[in-house]
Design a protein around this ligand. Structure first.
Ligand code: G6P
Length: 539
C-alpha cells in the first residue's frame, strides 16, 4: 500500500475480539498495571509484520468510573489496544450467559443447557438481547477508530452479530470474521432459537473463515438448509451477494517455542524437572538396593549421576544386570488444558486409571502431570467440573499412590511461558483428549518443544489439529476409555525409530504452517475478495 508521499505504508488491521490480549489490574484511581497474555491468537498476530495491528476488546475488568476508564484507555493505547467497557450486568448476560452457557457448549456438540430448561428458556431472550447490545458496543468502538482502507477482522463466537453492525455503519468497510471453535453440523445449529439471525449477521462479512474444511462445510449447509441460500464452491450466495467462506487452519509462532527451549532459564527448568523426576527413580533404586548392600555404593553413585533420559534404564541395566533387567523407564505424561468440559479431562484421567489398572508394572514408573488452567469460573458448569476432576484425581491417587509418589499431579493454575516450555520438553507422552476442539494449539506447542526428545502425541480425533497432525500423532476417540488406555501403553512402549518418524512429520507441519502465515493468508484473501467483488459489480 502506498501512502500520500508514494512511500509504502503498512495496512492497518483492526483486530476485534471479545478479550484484549492484556490482563489489567487496577493499582490506584488512575493507575493500572498491564500484562500481555500470550494465547494462541495473540502470538499469531504478534508475529505478523505485514500489518499495523490494533486490538479492540474487553479488558476483562469492570471499570464503573470515568477516571478509571480514561486511565485504562491511556495505558492500553501504549500497547495498541483499545478497550470496550462492559458493565457487570452485560458481562453476566452476554459473556457468562449467551456466549459461554449457550453458544460455546452448542458449538462443541454438548447441546443447549439441559438443566433447568424452563429457566434457560426464559432467560434465553434476555441473554440474546444482551449479546446483540454488547456486539453493538464493540461496533461503536470500531466505528470510532476506523479509517478508510483499514481491514476489520472480527474473531470468534462472541462477535457473530458484529459484521452486520459494522456494515450498517459503513457498507464499504472491509470485514472478515473468523471462528476459533468448531462450527457444528447444521442439525445442531438448527436447535438454536436465534439460528437465522446469527447466520445472517455473519454473512454480512466479506470473508468468513474456519479452522477446517468440515467446519466451513457445516456453516454453508446451515445457510442453505436454514436460510434457503445457495451454497457455491466459493461460499454462500443470496440474491447475487456472495459471502466467501473458506478454511484457514491456524498455527503457532513455532520459532518462539523452539528458541525458548534453548534459553538458559528454560534449560535450568529442564534440569530441575529432570532431577525431580529422576529423584523418584533414585528413591526406587535405593529401596531396591537396601536389600542388596553389596550394590549399594555403586547404585547410589549411578542414581546421582544419571540424567533423566531414555538411557536411564539402559545405564542401570548395564551396571546391575541381575537387578534391573526388564525394568521399564520412568515416563512423564502431560496434559495442558483450560479447565473446560470440552477438553475431556475426566475422560483422560479415567483412561489413565484404566491403564494403571491393567499395567501394574507401570504404576510406579509413569506420572501424569495435568495442568488445568481455571477459566470462566462464574459459570456453574465450570464450577461443577472443577469438583468432579478433583474427586476423580483424589480417588485414583488414593488407589494407586504410595507413601513416596502419586500417579497424577494435578495443578489448577497456569504456568509461565518458560516453565511450560520446559515441561513440554521433558515430556514423553502428551495427551490431548478434547471432546471437541476448534484446533488445539497445545498439541502444536508440545511438538515444537520436542526436537530433542521426540515424544509421542496422543490426540483426540475431534480436535481440529487431528486433520494436520493425524499422521504423526496417535489418534483416539476420547469417549472410548479402553482405546485411550491402550494408546497410552502403545505410546509409552513405542520404539525410538517410530517416535522419530512420527515426530518428524508433526514438527515439519508445525514449523511450516505458522500463526503468521495464517494471519497473512486470511487478510490477503480478504483484500482479494473485496477486489473481486468490486470487479463483479462493475461487469
Ligand atoms: C477459546 C475461545 C477464545 C477465548 C479462550 C479463553 O479459545 O475460542 O475466544 O478467548 O477460549 O476463554 P475466555 O472465556 O477466558 O476468554
Amino acid at each position: 500500500h502506498e501512502g500520500q508521499d508514494g512511500r509504502s505504508v503498512k495496512q492497518r488491521l483492526l483486530v476485534v475480539a471479545n478479550r484484549l490480549p492484556v490482563s489489567a489490574v487496577r493499582r490506584g484511581e488512575e493507575s493500572w498495571s498491564l500484562e500481555i497474555s500470550a494465547g494462541g491468537l495473540v502470538s499469531a498476530l504478534l508475529g505478523v509484520k505485514e500489518f499495523e495491528a490494533r486490538w479492540i476488546g474487553w479488558a476483562g475488568v469492570n471499570v464503573p468510573d470515568e477516571i478509571g476508564r480514561r486511565a485504562l484507555a491511556k495505558a492500553l493505547a501504549e500497547k495498541r489496544c483499545i478497550p470496550v467497557f462492559l458493565d457487570e450486568e452485560i458481562v453476566h448476560q452476554y459473556y457468562n450467559g449467551y456466549c459461554n452457557n449457550i453458544l460455546w457448549p452448542l458449538f462443541h456438540y454438548l447441546g443447549l443447557p439441559q438443566e433447568d430448561r424452563l429457566a434457560t428458556t426464559r432467560s434465553f431472550q434476555s441473554q440474546f438481547d444482551a449479546y446483540k447490545r454488547a456486539n453493538q458496543m464493540f461496533a461503536d468502538v470500531v466505528n470510532e477508530h476506523y479509517e478508510e482502507g483499514d481491514v476489520v477482522w472480527c474473531h470468534d463466537y462472541h462477535l457473530m452479530f458484529l459484521p452486520k453492525c459494522l456494515k450498517e455503519y459503513n457498507s464499504k468497510m472491509k470485514v472478515g470474521w473468523f471462528l476459533h471453535t468448531p462450527f457444528p453440523s447444521s442439525e445442531i445449529h438448527r436447535t438454536l432459537p436465534s439460528r437465522s439471525e446469527l447466520l445472517r449477521s455473519v454473512l454480512a462479512a466479506d470473508l468468513v473463515g474456519f479452522h477446517t474444511y468440515d467446519y466451513a462445510r457445516h456453516f454453508v449447509s446451515a445457510c442453505t438448509r436454514i436460510l434457503g441460500f445457495e451454497g457455491t464452491p466459493e461460499g454462500v450466495e443470496d440474491q447475487g451477494k456472495l459471502t466467501r467462506v473458506a478454511a484457514f487452519p491456524i498455527g503457532i509462532d513455532s520459532d518462539r517455542f523452539t528458541r525458548a527451549v534453548e534459553l538458559p532459564q528454560v534449560q535450568s527448568h529442564i534440569k530441575d524437572l529432570k532431577e525431580r523426576f529422576a529423584g523418584r527413580k533414585v528413591c526406587i533404586a535405593l529401596i531396591i538396593f537396601t536389600y542388596f548392600t553389596y550394590y549399594l555404593h555403586s547404585a547410589y553413585h549411578y542414581a546421582l549421576e544419571l540424567s533423566y533420559d531414555d538411557d536411564l534404564t539402559a545405564a542401570f541395566t548395564r551396571s546391575h544386570p541381575p537387578l534391573l533387567v526388564g525394568t521399564a523407564l520412568t515416563a512423564v505424561m502431560l496434559g495442558v488444558d483450560r479447565l473446560d468440559m470440552i477438553k475431556g479431562i475426566p475422560q483422560k484421567i479415567l483412561a489413565f486409571e484404566k491403564f494403571l489398572e491393567e499395567n501394574p508394572t507401570w504404576r510406579d514408573k509413569v506420572v501424569l502431570l495435568q495442568i488445568a488452567v481455571p477459566t470462566r469460573t462464574d459459570v456453574s458448569e465450570y464450577q461443577k467440573l472443577t469438583s468432579q476432576v478433583h474427586e476423580i484425581v483424589g480417588r485414583i491417587n488414593g488407589r494407586f499412590g504410595t507413601l513416596t509418589a502419586v500417579p497424577i499431579h494435578h495443578l489448577d493454575r497456569s504456568l509461565d511461558f518458560h516453565a511450560l516450555c520446559a515441561l513440554y520438553a521433558v515430556t514423553d507422552v502428551a495427551i490431548v483428549t478434547s471432546l471437541r476442539d476448534g484446533m488445539n494449539l497445545v498439541s502444536y506447542e508440545f511438538v515444537a518443544c520436542q526436537e530433542e526428545k521426540k515424544g509421542v502425541l496422543i490426540l483426540s480425533e475431534f480436535a481440529g489439529a487431528a486433520q494436520s497432525l493425524g499422521a504423526g500423532a496417535l489418534l483416539v476417540n476420547p469417549w472410548n476409555v479402553t482405546e485411550v488406555a491402550n494408546s497410552i501403553g502403545y505410546a509409552l512402549n513405542m520404539p525410538a525409530d517410530e517416535r522419530e518418524k512420527r515426530h518428524r512429520h508433526n514438527f515439519a507441519h508445525v514449523t511450516t504452517h505458522t500463526a503468521q502465515d495464517w494471519a497473512e493468508t486470511f487478510v490477503s484473501e480478504l483484500n482479494d475478495t473485496i477486489v473481486e467483488a468490486q470487479l463483479r459489480t462493475r461487469q
